[in-house]
Design a protein around this ligand. Structure first.
Ligand SMILES: CC(C)[C@H](C(=O)O)[C@@H](O)C(=O)O
Ligand code: SF4
Length: 424
């Protein structure tokens, strides 16, 4: 029977002879991950289950990223629990000074390879689909079971094939591609499905941009988002990992729940208005709205690609005096690379605030939460009411060019109006 990429991955990780969308199967994990929010809850569930050992310490990673560095005694305690548990069970622990946002560090450090299954105690575990891996964001009870048994129940999702044709326009990035997808299918359009990204426009994306696209599959309601592995994937993984992997793609005659085509020639820089990632309009339509803060970072858009985009806009410009521009490299590696390239100095010289890698204000944690009545442009992935602080604040989601341009202008503006030139 022909299969989609997602079906092939799940089949290879279960004991059934065959499977089809709607089947419920037990799936083996190649990796289980949790953070300083989801980890301690899962540990308590494990205790309740009466379990004291894990299935395989080499396949478990804990990352302190949400409230790291600790913002108060409570978050310090969560991180202490995470570290103590990790030490006790001999699993890898990413703490302060080592790592950064979980999804970024796992990808950077070669934990993720195509065709694998990752159970993550975080809804953006779908990010790993950038490398053709099936990342499933699970609740803490399921994570507890994964820690103990190394497997979880999964309903086999149908697949929506998303084909990107044409070529990206200037100032358009992976962020705009996924906003265009969410605009096309709606925030619930991907429910019980996997989004598979194919076509020349997908093949042309770098891994950083694929991360941004796959990351927001969950904002369309999808279980996960997948890019079939190709030469770009192979080049990214070379020297980064010695884990074995095989390129895999959907069979040509596989059946899809739906096919969506997005012609990139027709996609301008986009922005999601408050309070849903599905409120997508061209940036030009939101132009002129005054802003109080810009936040460039998070697991979707805190990569070197994003920081370089921001830097290209800030070149020769300064942050508007009424705006707080907060730039958060997603990992220590990104931070050091940005330092070496002189970007951090450029940001600080332009009047921006640069923070240590953290989830930070992305989910309203710390390092830049918003006051009532404030408006922010953020490269993050969610703009629900109260997501970044006050329920009376507004968050606009956009790419790093758009965010940096807003920081300079003090209002939402098309980046071409601020940039010195057109990016290559
Ligand atoms: C706190 C954490 C578990 C949460 C998630 O599951 O996604 C967070 O990362 C988010 O983005 O809202
Ligand atoms: S950066 Fe934001 S979206 Fe990503 S894992 Fe952290 S809180 Fe969640």
């Amino acid at each position: 029977m022909p299969h989609t990429l997602a079906e092939k991955i799940l089949l290879a990780h279960s004991d059934v002879a065959d499977l089809a969308p709607g089947d419920i199967v037990m799936v083996r994990c190649d990796l289980v991950m949790a953070n300083d929010v989801s980890g301690p809850v899962a540990f308590r569930m494990m205790e309740k289950m009466g379990a004291s050992t894990v299935f395989d310490p080499t396949k478990i990673v804990m990352a302190a990223d949400h409230f790291a560095p600790a913002k108060d005694a409570r978050s310090a305690d969560l991180q202490r629990q995470l570290k103590e548990w990790s030490d006790r069970h001999g699993v890898t622990y990413y703490g302060q000074g080592r790592g950064g946002i979980e999804h970024t560090v796992l990808v950077e450090d070669g934990w993720i390879v195509p065709g694998t299954v990752i159970a993550g105690g975080d809804s953006h575990t779908c990010t790993y689909g950038a490398l053709g891996a099936f990342g499933s964001g699970l609740g803490s009870t399921d994570i507890a079971a994964c820690l103990v048994f190394g497997s979880f129940w999964q309903t086999v999702p149908a697949t929506i094939e998303v084909t990107f044709t044409g070529a990206k326009r200037p100032f358009v990035t992976g962020k705009d591609l996924i906003l265009a997808v969410i605009d096309a299918i709606g925030v619930g359009g991907g429910t019980n499905t996997v989004l598979e990204f194919v076509g020349p426009g997908a093949a042309a994306l770098t891994i950083d941009e694929r991360l941004a696209v796959a990351n927001m599959a969950v904002e369309a309601g999808a279980e996960t988002g997948l890019f079939p592995a190709d030469e770009v994937t192979a080049a990214y993984l070379a020297g980064r990992t010695d884990r074995p992997w095989q390129p895999e793609r959907s069979d040509p005659d596989a059946s899809f729940a739906r096919r969506v085509r997005i012609d990139l020639d027709g996609v301008p820089p986009l922005i999601a208005l408050p309070h849903s990632p599905g409120n997508v309009v061209p940036v030009a339509e939101a132009a002129g709205r005054k802003i109080d803060q810009v936040y460039i970072g998070n697991c979707a858009n805190g990569t070197m690609t994003d920081l370089r985009q921001a830097a290209s806009i800030l070149a020769g410009n300064r942050v508007h005096p009424d705006v707080r521009a907060i730039i958060v490299p997603a990992s220590q590696k990104v931070y050091r690379e940005a330092l070496a390239e002189g970007l951090i100095d450029q940001f600080v010289a332009a009047g921006a605030i640069v923070s240590t890698p953290t989830c930070g204000a992305c989910f309203g944690g710390h390092m830049g939460v918003l006051a009532a009545g404030e408006r922010a442009v953020a490269t993050t992935n969610r703009n629900f009411k109260g997501r970044m602080g006050s329920a009376d604040a507004e968050v606009y989601l956009a790419n790093a060019y758009v965010a940096a341009a807003a920081a300079v202008a003090g209002e939402i503006i098309d980046p071409s109006a601020v940039a010195e030139g057109v990016p290559a």
